[in-house]
Design a protein around this ligand. Structure first.
Ligand SMILES: *[C@@H]1O[C@H](CO)[C@@H](O)[C@H](O)[C@H]1NC(C)=O
Ligand SMILES: *[C@@H]1O[C@H](CO)[C@@H](O)[C@H](O)[C@H]1NC(C)=O
Ligand SMILES: *[C@@H]1O[C@H](CO)[C@@H](O)[C@H](O)[C@H]1NC(C)=O
Ligand SMILES: *[C@@H]1O[C@H](CO)[C@@H](O)[C@H](O)[C@H]1NC(C)=O
Ligand SMILES: *[C@@H]1O[C@H](CO)[C@@H](O)[C@H](O)[C@H]1NC(C)=O
Ligand SMILES: *[C@@H]1O[C@H](CO)[C@@H](O)[C@H](O)[C@H]1NC(C)=O
Length: 374
């Protein structure tokens, strides 16, 4: 893992800048015994997993099943605003204190979110972990959502939306979910226009109260003792004990959506329902994605070694880029093909891509092709 400059600074703060660091133990010569992942579940439903890596750097993440799919019509966009609200004032500390406190520990607190989960991560040197975990717990269980602080987030919501709009891939994937699902997974990762500046502190609070329950959380640590994580889980997360409401199942409906632009390139994404995360089917789709070619997008020049592009190249002389697409969620998934081509070649390229997928469905992915991937 990437070691931040801050971490070095924190380690050296109390020591003179001479070599070698006299206060530090030299690293032991004999390798430490490798450890397995330890997993346990607390009575309040919280799942805890840890791996002792003996790294000087510790990393702890709290996963909460509270991504955009849990938004309702009334509070649409709340997950996006919540993702930006992670460093705001809590009951125990002001935003300023959190910012300075985390910095002083040489650590970092960050948040990412997907359609399914919000992930709060704390990274720092192992010695400072206990203090940083207190911040992690407070920002996830003791939010205050002061109206003026929430109002100030609007500009950051707009910046996120502008950046997303500049990336056609994001736009296509957002619209794809909107078309493919009738509910839940159709919600965007970004606050919809009509809700920008309208997500209220009360909505944020009730979203957190109802969705951040221990039955829907997992605490995962790397470079940390299992007992430390259990302590955090038992003591502090009792603040949010409970199973949480039952979750509405995503309904796949299929459909079509178009985004018009004056760009010369056409991005197309054609999918059908894929596998549920963790199922054998999803694993098969994942292998199939690798077989077909899931390389990075290379503008106007595909990875010629991928099965998909080889197949399409036989059908068209136009330049194109193609990758297999796969997404899996707790109750559904999507699998298909993403193509990029010049506007006038789009029809031909898309047709060729679909015919490749059809070929696979008819059994054309030979066993030989799979050997390298299993
Ligand atoms: C966390 O919250 C508690 C209770 O509100 C407070 O006493 C404590 O100082 C807070 N800790 C941090 C690091 O913000
Ligand atoms: C919260 O974090 C963001 C991004 O790192 C930063 O721009 C913002 O100033 C921080 N807010 C506060 C109140 O510290
Ligand atoms: C999440 O919170 C919202 C309120 O903001 C609530 O309507 C919804 O039912 C919650 N979802 C779950 C699954 O608890
Ligand atoms: C092309 O695909 C091959 C095998 O699938 C892979 O090893 C290689 O890194 C890819 N090259 C690029 C530029 O994506
Ligand atoms: C594809 O599916 C596999 C298996 O569920 C998953 O691990 C992988 O992250 C998926 N890839 C994408 C891009 O969603
Ligand atoms: C499947 O493979 C056969 C033999 O290689 C070929 O004739 C056929 O056109 C392929 N089907 C598709 C849909 O690509």
């Amino acid at each position: 893992r990437f070691l931040q400059k801050r971490c070095y600074a924190a380690a050296r703060r109390s020591e003179p800048l001479t070599e070698p660091l006299s206060g530090r133990k030299p690293s032991p010569a004999a390798p430490l015994p490798p450890q397995n992942v330890q997993v346990s579940k607390l009575p309040n439903g919280l799942v805890i997993a840890s791996l002792e890596s003996y790294s000087p750097l510790a990393s702890v993440s709290l996963f909460v099943r509270a991504g955009s799919r849990y938004e309702t019509v009334e509070n649409s966009g709340v997950a996006h605003v919540l993702r930006l609200a992670a460093n705001l004032t809590t009951k125990g500390a002001s935003a300023f204190k959190i910012c300075r406190g985390v910095e002083a520990l040489g650590g970092s607190l960050s948040v990412t979110s997907s359609r399914e989960t919000m992930v709060y991560s704390a990274d720092c040197l192992r010695d400072n972990l206990d203090s940083l975990l207190e911040y992690l717990v407070n920002v996830t269980t003791a939010q205050e959502f002061r109206p003026w602080e929430v109002a100030e987030l609007t500009s950051r919501v707009n910046i996120d939306k502008t950046l997303a709009q500049q990336c056609p891939q994001i736009g296509v994937i957002e619209r794809l979910h909107e078309a493919a699902y009738k509910n839940a997974l159709s919600n965007s990762l970004y606050c919809p226009d009509y809700m920008v500046g309208r997500v209220s502190p009360q909505q944020l609070q009730s979203f957190v109260d109802e969705n951040f329950t221990t039955g829907r959380m997992a605490l995962v640590g790397l470079g940390v003792k299992h007992s430390t994580l259990r302590q955090v889980g038992e003591g502090l997360l009792s603040a949010r004990s409970g199973p949480g409401a039952p979750v509405a199942k995503a309904i796949y409906r299929g459909g079509e959506a178009r985004i018009h632009s004056n760009d010369n390139l056409v991005h197309s994404l054609i999918v059908s329902e894929g596998g549920v995360a963790g199922s054998a089917e999803a694993n098969a789709f994942s292998v199939l994605q690798r077989v077909l070619g899931a390389g990075p997008h290379v503008k106007r020049g595909s990875n010629i070694t991928s099965k998909l592009s080889q197949g399409i190249a036989k059908a068209t002389t136009q330049p194109f880029d193609v990758t297999a697409f796969n997404a899996s969620y707790s109750d559904s998934g999507l699998f298909g093909v993403y193509t990029i081509s010049q506007a006038d070649a789009a029809g031909e390229v898309i047709k060729a891509a679909i015919s490749q997928l059809r070929g696979v469905a008819e059994g054309n992915a030979s066993d030989m092709a799979l050997v390298g991937y299993i």
